[in-house]
Ligand binder design. Structure first.
Ligand code: FNR
Length: 185
């Protein structure tokens, strides 16, 4: 059986994003289970409904929608900005949900996680994200994966250096892959 196709969306457009580091580490933990690709969101213009007029829809939004549509499952790895998700991520979610009736998230399996230096590791952003994606997607994976980032947690080879955290995240990826295989079949 072919591996389920996983698209990873990083909710940060920061150059040295710790969420991108976590996403790379998760991609590595899921290398056996998934065929993985990363989705770019940092070159999208700011969404406006005016862009839905004929001839105005940006090519980057078509690319984003195509990548989401081609995936069986999507992992969103996001920072928390002011107790919610970053504007860049919401912008991408909105683009992929439009135009009305052509929502690329429809029927997809979504998993969410994220990391921040704070003790509750993006918990509130993830709650908001779950609420949004429950409205748009086919299913949102249950469970809670909040990662508190510490210097050195992820090394240059995308390995998680803390054994307990690595095992926990491997369990998350394995559970996600198990559900994704059912979704893809
Ligand atoms: C933050 N940060 C933050 N952290 C957090 O745990 N809860 C929060 O509500 C916020 N709010 C917030 C707002 C804004 C505008 C910024 C720029 C930052 C800190 C944030 O977690 C930190 O910058 C991370 O490094 C962001 O993740 P990336 O971009 O490195 O992946």
């Amino acid at each position: 059986m072919a591996k389920p196709k996983l698209a990873i969306v990083v909710g940060s457009n920061r150059r040295d994003s710790i969420n991108r580091k976590l996403a790379e580490a998760l991609a590595k933990l899921g290398a056996e289970a998934f065929e993985t690709s990363f989705v770019r969101i940092d070159d999208l213009p700011l969404y406006s409904q005016d862009l839905e007029a004929e001839g105005s829809w940006p090519a980057q939004a078509d690319r984003l929608k195509g990548e989401i549509a081609a995936a069986d499952a999507i992992l969103i790895v996001t920072p928390e900005h002011n107790r919610s998700i970053p504007a860049a991520l919401k912008n991408a979610i909105d683009f992929a949900s439009r135009p009305h009736g052509k929502n690329a998230w429809a029927g997809k399996l979504i998993a969410v996680t994220g990391t921040s230096g704070g003790a509750i590791g993006t918990a509130v952003a993830q709650q908001h994200l779950r609420m949004i994606m429950t409205n748009l997607a086919g299913a949102v994976l249950g469970g809670q994966v909040f990662v508190t980032f510490k210097e050195g947690l992820i090394d240059d080879r995308h390995e998680i250096t803390d054994e307990k955290t690595r095992k926990f995240l491997q369990g998350f990826i394995d559970q996600f892959a198990g559900v994704a295989r059912k979704f893809a079949s």
